[in-house]
Design a protein around this ligand. Sequence first.
Ligand SMILES: Cc1cc2nc3c(=O)[nH]c(=O)nc-3n(C[C@H](O)[C@H](O)[C@H](O)COP(=O)(O)OP(=O)(O)OC[C@H]3O[C@@H](n4cnc5c(N)ncnc54)[C@H](O)[C@@H]3O)c2cc1C
Length: 492
Amino acid sequence: MRPRIGHPGPVEDEHDVVVVGAGVAGLYALHLLRRRGLRVTCVDVAPELGGVWHHQRFPGARIDTEGPAYQYLFSEELYRDWGWSERFPAGYEVLRWLRFVADRLGLHRDLRLSTPVTGARWDGGRWRVRTGHGILSARFLLRCTGAFTAPRTDPVPGRSDFAGPVVHTGAWPARGPGLDGLRVGVLGCGPSAVQLVPALVGRVGRLTVLARTPRYVLPAANPMYGWPERAAYRDRLPAMREAVRTTPSGTGHSFVHKGLHSLGSAYDGDPLALHPARLPGLAADPELRAAVGAVVRDRMRARLADGRLAAALVPDGDDYGLRPVATDQGWLESFHRDDVEVVPVGRNPVVRIRRDGVELADGTVVGLDAMVLATGFDPSATRAGIEVVGRGGRPLGTGAGLLGMVHPGFPNLFTPLAPTLGYGNDAACLQAQVEWVDRAVGDLDADGLSTIEAVTAPAEPVPPYAVPGGVAGVARACDDEAAAGYPSFERR
Ligand SMILES: Cc1cc2nc3c(=O)[nH]c(=O)nc-3n(C[C@H](O)[C@H](O)[C@H](O)COP(=O)(O)OP(=O)(O)OC[C@H]3O[C@@H](n4cnc5c(N)ncnc54)[C@H](O)[C@@H]3O)c2cc1C
């Protein structure tokens, strides 16, 4: 801390850049901006780096982007020196990779962990950032707080009445809640439940999934990676860089179908070919959506032993691709075990959590010893508990902003949040956004200017149409804006 003599307010700590959030985006921002010679500090409320991979340690958590495409691609050395153990690595392996990156790049010395940020105010020339441990001041502020800041922890009343442990997938304790041998209820059947359930079966005494809205799922083969597989992807870095920045999925995978009649055989060749991220234009094409949805439903039913399970676990709407589609490794087959059951709660909802379990609308009580809330996050809670006040005392709203991160009235503020969330490679999208911030800051300094601010805010996008061109679209928009001299911005 450098106390400012004679300053009347709280002690301030001065920086060029404050980054909030030590996940994939924040760590990259710390590295790039520090490399420019700027004084950067990265603050996180968590006691360790890693972002979601620190917070979401539930069994089965993993990425469904192939590991190499999720990596930072700016450094050949960093890329080649890390080796994934499987195609779709588990969350703990992603966390280990981020620790490796931080060690290699010497990021620890500029991390302030266990430090919540509660507010930030533009005072006309600098950002004043309020943290749990004092005020930081900086020319530039990056809010890299991700999309999973507000777990829905009270989906139904009565949580505090429950006698056993209750844990949310988004705030899973490092040592786990100890579920072995217990009757465990999982509330929800979205992407987290799809990953969690196959990892819990056989460990817990009995597993009951309370399923409201069934999800489309695509089975994903997840082979182990040994030396030959690692060598193969390590040699492809230039191609990988090109692939992630030029495909909507941000993975290099893209699928052009040969007519609606061919979708079934496409699925049978590789179910992931029908993933929404790989089918450009799917969201805007109801006929294609209906046809793909029918194929996926059909294949899901074929994996299930009976019509009762199919009724509970296979979606019936024509909304394929309008919500994230989960990839699974044994989700549906888990329900064939005697110690796993699904209770459909769409029409007969959970109304109350009791001491001994949950009560449904028809009075049925499902007895439980422990409960896992796989109930997702509040998607509108992008503020991350940080009250941001810009020019003229204006509060920052929840909109995504220009390029998914810059807002009129908020000079030198950047809030990178992959607008591709759930539809592609967010890590690649975040890298493109952070690289743009780094370039914009460098160009500003090179031109002897001090502030950059968006002139207009785009109309509020409606997911999943929010990402025209997906990851490639975001990367292109960033490149074009910088190359054209920042026409959508005022620089002073
Ligand atoms: C189970 C799971 C699977 C996923 N699979 C994929 C995938 O296959 N491919 C993909 O691309 N993406 C995937 N994602 C999305 C993932 O969120 C992104 O890839 C990426 O990790 C987001 O990084 P981030 O830096 O934007 O934010 P985060 O990793 O969310 O980090 C934000 C950080 O901000 C901190 N923070 C928040 N509020 C405050 C505050 N007020 N003060 C201080 N610190 C604060 C948090 O503690 C956190 O550490 C997955 C996510 C989950 C949970």
